[in-house]
Design a protein around this ligand. Sequence first.
Ligand code: G4P
Length: 524
Amino acid sequence: MVSKKEIARRRTFAIVSHPDAGKTTLTEKLLLYGGAIQVAGAVKSNKIKKTATSDWMEIERQRGISVATSVMGFEYQDTKINILDTPGHQDFAEDTFRTLTAVDSVVVVIDVAKGVEPQTEKLVKVCRMRNTPMMVFINKLDREGKDAFELLDEIEQKLELNVIPLSWPVGMGKNFKGVYNIYYKNLHLFTPGKQVVEAGIRFDDIRDPGLEDYLGDDAERLREEIDLVKGVYPAFSKADYLSGKVSPVFFGSALNNFGVKELLDVFVEIAPPPQGRESDVRFVQPDEEAFTGFVFKIHANMDPNHRDRIAFVRVVSGVFRRNTNYLHVRQNRKIKFASPTAFMAQKKSVVDAVYPGDIVGLHDTGNFKIGDTLTEGEILHFKGIPSFSPELFRYVVNADPMRAKQLAKGIDQLMDEGVAQLFTGKQSGRKIIGTVGALQFEVIQYRLEHEYNAKCRYEPITLYKTAWFVSDNKEQLEDFRMRKRNQIAVDKEGREVFLADSPFALQMAQEKYPDIRFYFTSEF
Ligand code: G4P
């Protein structure tokens, strides 16, 4: 029986941001509170270094190391928290989108000086589409930045979030004095370099003249600003946050560990516990008796001598148990796992039971691909892990005729991992690889050579997007298939896609065949 208490005390989330806003620093401070790491710098050393952004091999190597930080679980105030790491590099944006399917909420980090940046916009858009509850942490208040009201306006406009500040800064940069916590009604004073661990000075009413003792002339300004906040923004409602309608905002400085504990405390109190997930047959609730889960990430072993991988499974319902037979729904066969891994405090350890909301790592020899569902026998597939149309395309050609088999196997497995997508021209039989970032092409070539002993080269192709298509109008469909036969390919699941070489071509096709529906994601 799944204990309701075990479900209720879990929080699984991801921190998203534009590179450099402070995601790694914030993650690290949160882990320090959970006692999951002892020293600052432990996560950072695993981070994909900025200096290496042009060096894709280094990125891959570090991505390998980052298995340890893929899921960081820790206990805080009797709450089990799982932070799912998302790669910051934009070429791995699809990895991030998929990881976002496995969380129940998100914390968005924004640099007070830079405001809303492109990568943040993209990621928040994905969360908004799914109504994922989001909190915002405005970071680097120890530096000069944008005015708080202006920044909130920018967030509302660019991110299309309805914000409600739950804390408010007193000054910033050199004049940064601290943060007033509107939710808990207390004041935290800022001393550079000093970690805040106390509960803060309580001011139920900020009209209290005692505020002057701490803030001097800034006290009056804070009162005015808080009045303005209360006039402009509605009162905070937890229900609206949980349904994704409003996003609470906090201010602080991750580097100085300032405002982090407030964020964590409120997070633990209001962030959603594990939620159910939609499947192709029904909605699955977390407190159901039978275990279900889905693979949202596959990580290859970086050691070329061991071509095994770890499949990351999010437990949706029931309890996952070691050495128990589960149905691999797509393959329609039972598998059991002798050494499932839990992720606690950055250490991996073998576990016997894993609860909803938690992530379990399963040793995989090539059976899994992203989106696979495991159950106790029920035939269902979890939804919400679509493939998006790639942005960049190239023909992939075998560069070593003696090793065609190895190449096919390598490509097959790399696609299962979600590194890129493969399309095969229906007429020509030519293979096309599609990615979201240019880096992946080099990664694929390198990994094929080093892990599969196969060689490939690329040839250019002019392609704008792949569009999956369906229609009830058989005649139109047949006509389209016939006339466009050179521009139709199949994806790895055998579904047909239209290879549109320009937005215009797509528009023309849509006009000529009004009964055919075109989609840029594989789930529709
Ligand atoms: P990311 O994961 O979002 O890419 O950001 P990361 O935490 O690595 O932070 C990016 C840079 O911003 C780092 O500086 C980090 O120290 C700094 N930073 C993070 N939080 C704060 C803050 O509250 N105040 C200030 N002033 N700086 C902050 P770096 O010099 O690029 O790296 P490092 O040499 O410090 O490691």
